[in-house]
Ligand binder design. Structure first.
Ligand code: NDP
Length: 291
């Protein structure tokens, strides 16, 4: 029987620490960290994610702003708002909720975000810092996975890790964080042949493919740590992971459920990134590691 990793509880502890640190920063600098979220259009799932981020930011005592723009907003108008947020003193970090309406180029939007306020860790500067192993703002979900592994007592150093998925927001940064922590890392994707042979090598298996039930017991080495990033909405409206939990759980060493695993960590790490962005911005040193 595997240890079930309780993402809700780990996330609660992270948020508790952030609330304490926020109170300290407010004393020191006379203001709390400021987080802004930009939502373009009326995608219902995005609206829920944004509301959750707003609520979480308020709960830890941040200054929180949400900019809700209509779907027909032009790219130019959006870029103008980002320019304002780049200059706004009370905003330490912000993100633009994806996906964007089709007429807006997401690459152009990401490039317009000031790297020092890039709390999603998606700008080329922050991605480059991760690649080089320099301090910086890392994408939230992969950082959340690292926290979950730590909470379960899994040290990646010297382990075989396999990441299924190679997106810029989950798979690739995940692989680099594991590499930085001393793991030997393989990245699998939709062109990988014999996926189960690759994943069976893993002491740590992180699945972020967005394919419900892709990974079963035939993919898993006994005793492995299995982290399921996938969130797939089933026809019954229920959230399903990429891992067939009930089949894999008996042979894994530890495993995250969906929901209640990786999901709650993402927002907690977003808050931590914003806090760090404020600390770096406010630090007396002009050599901010994130700018
Ligand atoms: P993407 O669709 O951008 O990437 C999916 C990746 O999985 C791609 O690299 C793709 O390969 C690979 N893939 C797809 N099918 C297979 C397959 N059959 N075998 C092996 N690899 C496959 O998704 P994201 O990275 O943005 O998200 C992944 C999942 O994580 C989604 O379910 C998403 O909802 C969830 N997610 C959850 C979060 C949370 O907070 N819990 C946060 C972010 C994401 P290729 O590149 O070749 O196409």
């Amino acid at each position: 029987m595997a240890q079930i990793i309780d993402g809700k509880e780990v996330a609660r502890r992270v948020r508790e620490g952030i609330a304490e640190e926020t109170a300290r920063l407010r004393e020191q600098y006379g203001r709390p960290p400021g987080l802004a979220v930009v939502l373009v259009g009326d995608d219902p799932a995005s609206a829920v994610y944004v509301r959750n981020k707003e609520r979480a930011a308020q709960e830890v005592g941040f200054h929180s702003e949400v900019h809700r723009l209509p779907a027909e907003t032009t790219q130019q108008a959006l870029l103008q708002l980002l320019e304002q947020l780049n200059r706004a003193d009370e905003i330490d970090g912000y993100l633009v909720q994806l996906p964007l309406p089709r007429h807006i180029d997401p690459q152009a939007v990401v490039r317009a975000i000031s790297p020092e306020k890039d709390v999603d860790g998606l700008t080329p500067v922050q991605a480059g810092r991760l690649l080089l192993g320099e301090p910086g703002l890392r994408p939230c979900t992969p950082q959340g996975v690292m926290e979950l592994l730590r909470s379960a007592g899994v040290d990646p150093d010297g382990k075989e890790a396999v990441v299924v998925g190679r997106s810029a927001i989950v798979g690739k940064p995940m692989a680099h964080l594991l590499l930085g922590a001393g793991a030997t890392v393989t990245i699998a994707h939709s062109h990988t042949r014999k996926l189960e042979e690759v994943t069976r090598r893993a002491d740590i298996l992180v699945v972020a493919a967005g394919r419900a039930g892709l990974v079963g017991p035939e993919h898993v080495k006994p005793g492995a740590a299995v982290i399921d990033v996938g969130t797939n909405r089933g026809e019954d409206g229920k959230l399903k992971g990429d891992v067939r939990f009930s089949e894999v759980e008996p042979l894994a060493g530890c495993i995250t459920p969906v929901p209640g695993g990786v999901g709650p960590m993402t927002i907690a790490l977003l808050l931590r990134n914003c806090l760090e962005a404020m600390q770096w911005r406010s630090s007396a040193s002009s050599k901010s590691p994130v700018s």
